[in-house]
Design a protein around this ligand. Structure first.
Ligand SMILES: Nc1ncnc2c1ncn2[C@@H]1O[C@H](COP(=O)(O)OP(=O)(O)OP(=O)(O)O)[C@@H](O)[C@H]1O
Ligand SMILES: [Mg+2]
Length: 435
């Protein structure tokens, strides 16, 4: 059956709405894309609901015009520094007298894992069952039908601040759109750029956005660690503003047109950093504005890249620290996959490969048809991933299915007449098993 899905990514730099039709489970035909500059968002979080809602409405209208499709509901990405995650285990005794594990046992185990104390100002965005343990045998992906006495589940729980989540929901609703589900952005991006094999072998998704970098570690086929690093593309640009004394829009232009994350020929003598720059080849000099109106300057390409490299090295170090914190740094055979606008900085992958000694590639959303050229690039991995998430995990009417798939917290309930949130559906379904 053909389905039409819509995603809205509310980023710090851009708001992007995509309408696509899904002829089957694995592919998407893009019908329309609506992009607009983001407003009212700071570091991934809504700080002004009116402005954010107006940017969302603009992007939705653009996507409607191109696709000819009226947008009522959408899958929406959530991100930002308020996001935290933890791993939690749930344990239950198998209830069936013949000790065959049922979906009901799985549901109880996940419920038990969720019983960890979540502070009142935080709410659950995802509870993702990663693997099951039956009578001490680890690494089971689907325990239903197996025999055992004791069932354990390992889950990854993603939480966010209640206020940040509510403000995002309000902004989307004020733009006239109901939310099918809220999905953690790097998890969505993973759907678009990672293969099942990557996730099995161990891989890190690094989404370098406007002002933050999201990191998600996948091992044994599931997500294990998620975190947010407070550095993004705007930090690179701001460094150029400070060091080169050039206006912000010039700095952004220089970064996009000439920037590289590595420079091979030092612009200056490393033993004498205060010495004047050596005579440059005229091709290596870029004419640019200064902060004084009407005054121009010549910028040495090597200096530009030296500034970008310094920031890139800091980012790579912070990513490395995160990987160590995840406890999986030695097990990531598929290495690192970069997405987000910042991933387009030339030679950033090369720098990372050199510094960390692991495979690094730039991830592009795959499996797209229709107007795909518009979003076939790293900055749109999240938007495409939100659609794929909706396609693969969005029809969780069957509670057993819901417990076997990563699922949201039932944001679909917001304003939907007669639509019961997934979590409520699970509870109702579980009740049917209770005496
Ligand atoms: N070719 C390029 N080289 C370097 N940086 C780039 C390039 N293209 C885009 N960027 C940077 O990518 C950033 C925007 O990335 P992206 O579109 O993924 O952000 P976003 O999703 O809106 O933000 P966030 O995810 O932080 O909320 C900007 O800082 C921009 O300068
Ligand atoms: Mg983003």
């Amino acid at each position: 059956m053909r389905r039409t899905l819509v995603s809205i990514e509310v980023g710090t730099t851009k708001v992007c709405t995509v309408v696509a039709q899904a002829p089957n489970e694995r592919s998407l035909n893009v019908l329309g894309v609506g992009m607009t500059q983001s407003k009212g968002i700071d570091r991934g979080v809504v700080v002004n609901i009116e402005e954010a809602a107006s940017a969302i409405a603009t992007s939705v209208e653009k996507a409607e015009r191109v696709s000819g499709y009226r947008i009522d509901t959408a899958y929406v990405g959530v991100a930002g520094r308020h996001i935290a995650s933890l791993n939690s285990r749930g344990v239950v005794a198998v209830s069936n007298p013949d000790h065959e594990i049922t979906p009901h046992d799985v549901a109880r185990a996940v419920e038990a894992a969720q019983a960890v104390a979540i502070p009142t100002q935080r709410e659950v965005v995802h509870i993702i069952p990663r693997a099951y343990i039956v009578d001490g045998t680890e690494g089971i992906r689907d325990p239903v039908g197996m025999s055992g006495f004791r069932l354990e589940v390992e889950t990854h729980i993603v939480t966010g601040e209640v206020m940040a989540i509510q403000n995002l929901i309000k902004s989307v609703q004020r733009a006239g759109i109901e939310i099918d589900d809220l999905i953690l952005q790097p998890l969505a991006a993973g759907e678009a750029v990672l293969s099942d094999e990557d996730k099995d072998r161990g891989v890190v998704l690094v989404d370098i956005g406007g002002s933050t970098t999201d990191v998600a570690v996948f091992v044994h086929g599931g997500i294990w660690h998620t975190s947010v690093i407070p550095i993004g593309g705007s930090h690179f640009t701001n460094d150029l503003v400070y060091v080169l004394h050039t206006p912000h829009n010039t700095a952004e232009y220089l970064k996009l047109k000439y920037g590289e994350a590595m420079q091979d020929r030092p612009a200056r003598d490393p033993d004498d950093p205060d010495a004047p720059l050596p005579e440059a080849n005229p091709d290596d000099l870029i004419d640019a504005d200064t902060l004084v109106v009407g005054e121009r300057q010549k910028i040495h390409r090597a200096l530009l890249n030296e500034i970008l490299q310094a920031r890139a090295e800091q980012l790579v170090e912070m990513i490395y620290n995160e990987l160590q914190r995840s406890g999986y740094d030695g097990m990531l055979q598929s290495g690192i996959v970069l997405t987000g606008g910042g991933a387009q900085l030339p030679r950033l992958d090369e720098l990372m490969r050199e510094m960390l000694g692991v495979p690094v590639r730039v991830g592009r959303p795959r499996g797209l048809g229709g107007l795909a050229e518009a979003i076939d690039m790293p900055p749109y991995a999240t938007s495409v991933g939100l659609l794929l998430w909706g396609l693969r995990h969005g029809q969780a009417d069957d509670p057993y299915y819901a417990y076997h798939q990563p699922y949201g917290n039932g944001y679909g309930s917001y304003g939907h007449e007669g639509r019961v949130p997934i979590y409520e559906r699970l509870k109702n379904w579980m009740r049917t098993f209770l005496p």
